[in-house]
Design a protein around this ligand. Sequence first.
Ligand SMILES: [Mg+2]
Length: 159
Amino acid sequence: MSKGWIGVDLDGTLAEYYGWHNGNIGKPIPTMVAKVKTLLAAGQDVRIMTARVSCKTRSESDASFQRLMILEWCKENLGVPLQVTCEKDFLMLDLYDDRCHQIIINTGKDAAEVATARANLLLHQYNELLARFDSHSTEPYEQMIERHKVEREENASIS
Ligand SMILES: [Mg+2]
C-alpha cells in the first residue's frame, strides 16, 4: 500500500451524470465501481474528488449536505463511506476524472494524443507491409524497411 491517496471524481466518472437534476447523484458506473473496489481491496486510500463539496461555488451548508449525500451514496454503492474532498495535495497519487487530459510528465505532451499517434503509425506501417504483398506495390522491400526505420526515429521524438 502506498502512502498517498487516489482521487476519483463522482459525476460522470463514478456515477452517471446527465445534468444537475436537483443535485441527485446518478446511478453507479459498474466499471469504475469495480475499479474503486479493487483499489480499496489492495489497501489504497481512495477519496471522492468533487466540486460538489467546494465552498467556493456553494454555501457551507449546501456543501455539507452534498458531503452527506455522497457518503450515503458511497455506503450504498461501494460498501464504505470514502473521504470526500475538492482539493489536491502533495499526497494525491492519481486522479480518475472525466474532465482530465493526462500530460506526460515534464513534456507538455498529451498522453492520449501520443498514444493515438503511435497507434496510427503502427497501423500505417502495418498497412504498408500488407501493401508490400500486393502485386501493385512497386517499392522494393529493403527500401520500404529503411523508410520505416527513418519514420520510427522521427516519431521517437513524439515521446
Ligand atoms: Mg465529472
